[in-house]
Design a protein. Structure first.
Length: 127
């Protein structure tokens, strides 16, 4: 349920599980945590994809010219910012923004999953 709109820390659970596990179990935990967290991030992308730009104008008072400017900027970066989807507080909005801007799903999933994988790998390293 982490990496959805629910504020649940997967890092603490992952650190606890890997601290008690054998080497083989740690590898399995790494891939399961990455897959689960990536599916949660994908749910944020889908929520954004279901959104409409007109809602940004109506509810957040963001002009269409600014929306197009942000979309152009996001497209110029490609999928790289999706690496940051693992970050607390801003990670989920990044995923929602990618969905809202109708960014290519394939590059989003690759970069988002890579970022989440590297985060869990780092947790294993420091434990």
């Amino acid at each position: 349920m982490a990496a959805t709109i629910l504020p649940i820390s997967s890092e603490l659970h992952f650190a606890y599980i890997t601290n008690l596990s054998s080497d083989e179990d740690i590898i399995i935990a790494l891939f399961v945590a990455t897959l689960g967290n990536s599916l949660g991030g994908l749910s944020c992308y889908i929520l954004g994809h279901l959104g409409k730009w007109s809602w940004l104008e109506k509810y957040f008072k963001i002009e269409e010219t600014k929306i197009l400017k942000y979309k152009t900027k996001l497209e110029s970066f490609g999928g790289w910012p999706a690496l940051l989807c693992w970050l607390p507080i801003i990670g989920d909005p990044i995923a929602v923004t990618y969905g809202l801007m109708k960014a290519p799903l394939r590059s989003f999933v690759i970069f988002m999953s890579l970022g989440k994988f590297l985060r869990y790998l780092f947790i294993i390293y420091i434990i």
